[in-house]
Ligand binder design. Structure first.
Ligand code: SAH
Length: 358
């Protein structure tokens, strides 16, 4: 039980069961009690760990990737470097440090961080205080300044609210959250059905869609088509659309029920990369990948970077080697195959680095 579950129950008491999509939005982004609004969820003491928090190499390689993309774009000045959902600001801080190797790129940069959480924006502000590049914060990408852009989003799409449909009594019906006889939040199924969903299903099958990420894809693809640019999405998910419930709720690195602790547990869903790619193409953009994170980081030179760091700090060699393995390895518990990288670009742009051979 959380303060937010009480509030959700009173909304349901007043206006009936709410869609799971709305529940997830409230659980993560309620202005006062949403999960991201008032905490730092990352790291050993938090609920989960992300690639930039595992190793500085992730942000450094993304920074150098951005510099190369910028050159291929014809070195525009200014270049809007936009990050969606920057967490602790670690990726951007590592990227800007690595970008010192390409001073003309750094000089052209104008950084925008898109963040809804005031608490995380504050942490990002502190992380980037001495970075030497102008940084601005915005709550949505729509307000970002116009012009050629590189957009980076690591583990951002998985935090956008998903809508679920359940195949029930021969029809697809929206999955809702209700209050059960014991007074607890529980899953239910809407009485109305969705006649336009044509996918065949069996009783109990679940279909997920992510309207917010489709809207984002359309908005970004339109921007790229007009102003030029490249977007990089790295996330966990699947490359083929399928039926199934992919919700995960994490608290203190443990799985909990998605409904049990709204506002206290992180809730995510797998990113359906093929659906994202369809939206981006429909909006006129070119799509590259998705490819495995491990292959992407290897193409970007993570082996050489690990080697260089080990040479410079031999005492930390084991730490760097462990981090490399966690990021690129494809065994259980490693991120290399579970996470994918996908790039979306204007049709005029050449293939972004790292995606050439696929
Ligand atoms: N990219 C970071 C953090 C990933 S967690 C990393 O890899 O470590 C998701 C991030 O997205 C958090 O910063 C969260 O506050 C932010 N976020 C979630 N929903 C958002 C939205 N709709 N708009 C902007 N930021 C959002």
């Amino acid at each position: 039980m959380t303060a937010l579950s009480d509030e959700i129950k009173s909304i349901i008491a007043a206006s009936g069961p709410m869609s799971f999509e709305r529940f997830m939005e409230l659980a993560l982004a309620h202005p006062e009690q949403g999960y991201y609004m008032n905490r730092d969820p990352f790291g050993a003491a938090g609920d989960f760990t992300t690639a930039p928090e595992i190793s500085q190499m992730f942000g450094e390689l993304v920074g150098l990737w951005s510099a190369e993309v910028w050159r291929e774009m014809g070195s525009p000045n200014p270049l809007r470097l936009i990050e969606l959902g920057p967490g602790r600001g670690t990726l951007m801080s590592d990227a800007l440090r690595a970008a010192r190797l390409v001073p003309e790129f750094r000089d052209a940069l104008d950084v925008t961080l898109v963040e809804t959480s005031p608490k995380l924006a504050q942490i990002q502000y502190e992380a980037l205080a001495g970075c030497g590049v102008g940084v601005a914060w915005l709550p949505t990408i729509s307000e970002a300044p116009p012009g050629p852009a590189i957009v980076i989003a690591n583990e951002f799409l998985d935090a956008l609210p998903v809508r679920q449909y359940v195949h029930s009594n021969g029809r697809w019906r929206e999955r809702v959250v209700k209050v059960n006889a014991e007074g607890e939040l529980a899953f239910g199924v809407s009485g109305d059905y969705e006649p336009y969903i044509l996918a065949p299903g069996e009783e109990g099958d679940i279909l997920e869609v992510n309207p917010a990420s489709h809207r984002l894809m359309f908005e970004l693809a339109a921007r790229m088509a007009k102003q030029g640019g490249v977007e990089l999405f790295v996330d966990y998910g699947h490359s083929v659309t399928g039926v199934g419930d992919t919700l995960q709720a994490l608290r203190n690195h443990r799985y909990v029920s998605p409904l049990s602790e709204p506002g206290e547990a992180d809730i995510t869903a797998h990113v359906d990369f093929s659906a994202m790619a369809r939206s981006a193409r429909a909006a006129g953009a070119a799509v590259y990948g998705p490819i495995d994170q491990g292959d992407f980081l290897t193409a970007l030179g993570i082996d050489a970077r690990t080697h260089a760091l080990c040479e410079r700090s031999p005492a930390r060699a084991e730490e760097f080697e462990d981090a490399r393995r966690r990021l690129v390895g494809k065994s259980a518990g490693e991120m290399g195959a579970l996470f994918k990288a996908m790039a979306v670009a204007s049709r005029m742009a050449p293939t972004p680095p790292g995606f050439e051979t696929r």
